[in-house]
Design a protein around this ligand. Sequence first.
Ligand SMILES: Cc1cc2nc3c(=O)[nH]c(=O)nc-3n(C[C@H](O)[C@H](O)[C@H](O)COP(=O)(O)O)c2cc1C
Ligand SMILES: [Mn+2]
Length: 490
Amino acid sequence: MKAFKDLREFIKALEADNELIRIPAKVSSELEIAEITDRISKGSLNKNKALLFENIENYEIPILINSMGSISRMQKALGVSSLDDIAQRIEKMLDLKTIQSFPSKIQKLLEIINVKNFLPINISNALCQEVFINNINEAMLDKLPILKCSPKDAAEFITLPIVFSKDPISGARNVGMYRLQKYNNNETGFHVHPHHDCFKHCESAKSLGLKKLEIAVAIGCDPAVVYSATAPLLSGIDEMIFAGFLRNKAVEMTKCKTINLEVPANAEIILEGYVDLEDLREEGEFGDHTGFYSPKDFFPTFKITAMTHRKNPVYMTTIVGKPPQEDCYMGKATERIFLPLLKLFLSEILDINMPFEGTFHNCIIIKIDKLYAGQARKVINGIWGLGQLCISKCVIVVDKNVNIHNMSELAFNVFANVDPKRDIIITEGVLDILDRASPQIGYGGKIGIDATTKFKEEGFERKWSEEIIMNEEIKKLVDSRWNEYFFDKK
Ligand SMILES: Cc1cc2nc3c(=O)[nH]c(=O)nc-3n(C[C@H](O)[C@H](O)[C@H](O)COP(=O)(O)O)c2cc1C
Ligand SMILES: [Mn+2]
């Protein structure tokens, strides 16, 4: 693939492929843009396109939104013609078939991830520092057309921030995406979930007796960098190396002006500052990607000490609300890209599908090559213990003959194959903190559904009745004569 140098090259590519609409009409960043984008995301006018709002009421900076909000734009963002291409690249590198032992696979994985070519390169004279503001009395956040997405949102939220931090103990970098609620010109909320990596950095800082954790936030980067901040990498793996791997070219970084962190050199906007770990403030409500408002809660405060940006920056953002919206397609990319890594841990998995309606953590459908009794249960329990998948609420496992991307075929198989008394696992454990139904935040009931063929050892003594499948030669015959039956009639 050809790596995009920056967001502007991506915008040009989208425009060249008729994937972007410019909107010169004056619009408000308060709800109006959210409503327009939501309609476009959901296919209004049959035009799900990236939108570039050029004229925002009260602001000079334009807004790019929905730029990765379809499968084709997500593929373009990552420079592939199919999201499975990246999985195949990973699979080939992992050489899963020839390396048999699990430790050697992990060793190989680490080698790949540390490949020299993908290590970020540090440069000076970075474009992201063309303009430098280090006086909090000058406009910083007040310059940015930050969106209010839903009517009951507590304030405006930066929804696509790429947050850089280093573990104060190990020095390892992490890059994650954690929303920022604007409190004023230079302060925001810092909404990082406890199971995410920057939370661990905050905890390391506290354990050293520190009251602050330096962070830098980039807004608007080349899309591989933006996507990498959302990818569920193993803790300790640098997302910028992963971005380098995705774009097949190292990410250029530069030292921040006022803090000890590096940021992507070609970013549109950079916020430099620190999380005040002792200044906890109310954050939320916020209309979340679940389709519901997440309640208020207390989070530490991000205090901005300096801001840098390119001349004429573009503010890249997204809306978060009822699916399908842009984040669904970022999630689909993750589903496809991470499949080979999932297979490292649970090798019987052939494919997975996290339908948009399940907003990722609520429903995961898995197809396996079942060879022995209890294997579906092994996979269900495995998923509940694996990385960010541990928050999955409902896990459904089916046999290898089912197309799990066809919901009708899936439902047919699940309804037909399940004996509710025998095949349902109900347990409790970790859930997404955004789950609206769990009795406690982040903890509650979970369900596993084993819709695979049942074996004797699983208590099924009868013969498993055979599915009706037409002979291939008859299908071919009817295919070839189809027009004769129906269209040659006078
Ligand atoms: C648009 C968008 C918004 C997100 N907002 C948050 C957030 O506010 N807090 C959070 O902890 N995770 C949020 N996430 C999920 C994390 O970015 C994601 O799980 C990432 O892998 C975390 O990286 P980490 O494991 O390095 O912490 C968001 C993801 C997307 C795509
Ligand atoms: Mn991480």
